[in-house]
Design a protein. Structure first.
Length: 253
């Protein structure tokens, strides 16, 4: 059975950076495991962080299914959607990737979302791990597009506003019907003393801090140059921090 890992947090806190580096460490520490990455953030850029090329998002493909003229004569709609979903999968030797994308227009997506949920459940079982870079609103989790979560990391930067936002994400999670197993807070872009100064705010969230990721100039350098974060060196501060977090999370247990 696949183990599902989700990463949540508001934009700009380093959520996608953490997801990319988490995937990097999973590949390095457990070579030979199969991983499906799902970019469920409407502002999708996990593909760039991983160094992968995406030709279409799932939302774009599902939008096509709303046009009867796009479906070949004699082909059932569900078969057409499943065929399109298969086309959206980016496959590599280390990680496969699905990009959800944002809403493409008005109208009900209930039927396509039902197909999408079943599709992710079906292909998810072909992998050891499914890692989801989720949106702050957690819509895909609340709609059960993502079937369940074994481990969730809530990401915040090292600011009081960021920690409060992480607390609101925690409140959303507690209100969901979907079961979430282990739940951790990760604080990014820290300097010496950051966690101590934020301790009171962190306590109010009810979240357990599993670790922090110090501010890493190399991440900014790679982002500026458009280089994949997946290619950061082993001795990068952020890479070593995520490796330590992964070990403490016990994902492979």
């Amino acid at each position: 059975m696949a183990k599902y890992i989700a990463v949540a947090g508001k934009g700009g806190v380093g959520k996608t950076t953490f997801t990319a580096l988490l995937l990097r460490q999973m590949v390095q520490q457990k070579r030979g495991i199969s991983i499906l990455a799902v970019d469920a953030d409407p502002n999708a850029n996990l593909d760039e962080a991983l160094g992968l090329k995406v030709t279409g998002t799932i939302s774009e493909l599902l939008e096509q299914s709303k046009d009867p003229k796009a479906i070949p004569n004699g082909m059932p709609k569900n078969i057409f959607i499943e065929y399109k979903l298969q086309q959206a999968l980016v496959e590599t030797k280390d990680i496969d990737l699905l990009v959800m994308g944002g809403p493409q227009g008005a109208g009900c997506y209930c039927y396509p979302n039902d197909i999408l949920r079943k599709h992710i459940e079906n292909i998810g079982e072909n992998y050891d791990f499914v890692a989801v870079d989720s949106e702050a609103g957690l819509e895909h989790i609340s709609r059960r597009t993502i079937p369940h979560i074994d481990v969730m990391f809530v990401i915040s930067d090292s600011s009081a506003r960021g920690i409060r936002s992480a607390g609101r994400v925690h409140d959303l999670i507690r209100g969901l019907k979907s079961a979430v197993g282990k739940l951790y807070l990760i604080v990014t872009k820290t300097n010496e003393g950051s966690l101590e100064s934020l301790n009171e705010e962190i306590e109010h969230t009810g979240l357990t801090v599993l670790g922090d990721i110090p501010l890493d100039p190399l991440v900014a350098e790679y982002d500026l140059a458009g280089k994949p974060l997946f290619e950061l060196p082993d001795d990068a501060v952020s890479v070593k921090a995520v490796a330590s977090i992964l070990n403490r999370a016990g994902i492979f247990n």
